[in-house]
Design a protein around this ligand. Sequence first.
Ligand code: PAF
Length: 283
Amino acid sequence: MKIVHTIAELRAQLRGQLRTSFVPTMGNLHDGHLSLMRIAAKHGDPVVASVFVNRLQFTPNEDFDRYPRTLEDDARKLEAEGVYVLFAPDEREIYPVPQEFRISPPRDLGDILEGEFRPGFFVGVTTVVMKLFQCVGPQVAVFGKKDYQQQMVIRQMCEQFSLPTEIIAAETIRDHDGLALSSRNGYLSASERAQAPSLYERLHEMRSTLLALGSPTPQDCRAIEAEALTFLTNQGWTPDYLSIRLRRNLRPPSAEDLSAGAALVILAAARLGSTRLIDNLEV
Ligand code: PAF
């Protein structure tokens, strides 16, 4: 595996390469990331991975400074997966001057859920992903479904900017007890780690209630959400949201959507101590 740190080196390395599959990451790689590499590799094209902790997508009070940086370890894992090129730029390479041109996702997708609780998050994500796509020029890029809204925002960005990159959404990889793998799980204390799977369990409870109702109303959805919020709060969580949404656009389902059996997804973000976890479950 070739490790490159500059855009010029990356372009030189990829010159003449007709197709590539790309997996952008912020490093601190776990089995969830490695599953994305395997899906990218299945496309038969050389896999390019990037490791870059993108300051633009962190709000000022978030964990940018303490976000784990484990490049040597990450490179070993990527090499073992047969990755062709690892692009690991530093901040000056990606943002040599203040990044004044930015992507602005549509408000009705980018300012809800994660975008509401992390203002500017999707501006930061789409801006860096656009920039990374310009550097790599991939035909395929793989994103995890754990960041459900992120992969939808990026897919729409590609469609609206006519980018030639197919976005593949990969299933969430979970620990033995259901906890979605995340670099932020490493922040959890032992007792928080023991409690963390209850977020996913609650999503399952919500799904079971929806399915048992058969044809729920919007009021049923609000009641299910409120009950889950109270349950998790009583368990010591600080939830940002637990929300039943339409899979197609992440808006709350109307009575018509629900009676037509529109596909739903339940999305959650909640804090255990100082660690913020997100998860989701398709209904
Ligand atoms: O999902 C992530 O790790 C990041 O948001 C991404 C897509 C690498 C952009 O920085």
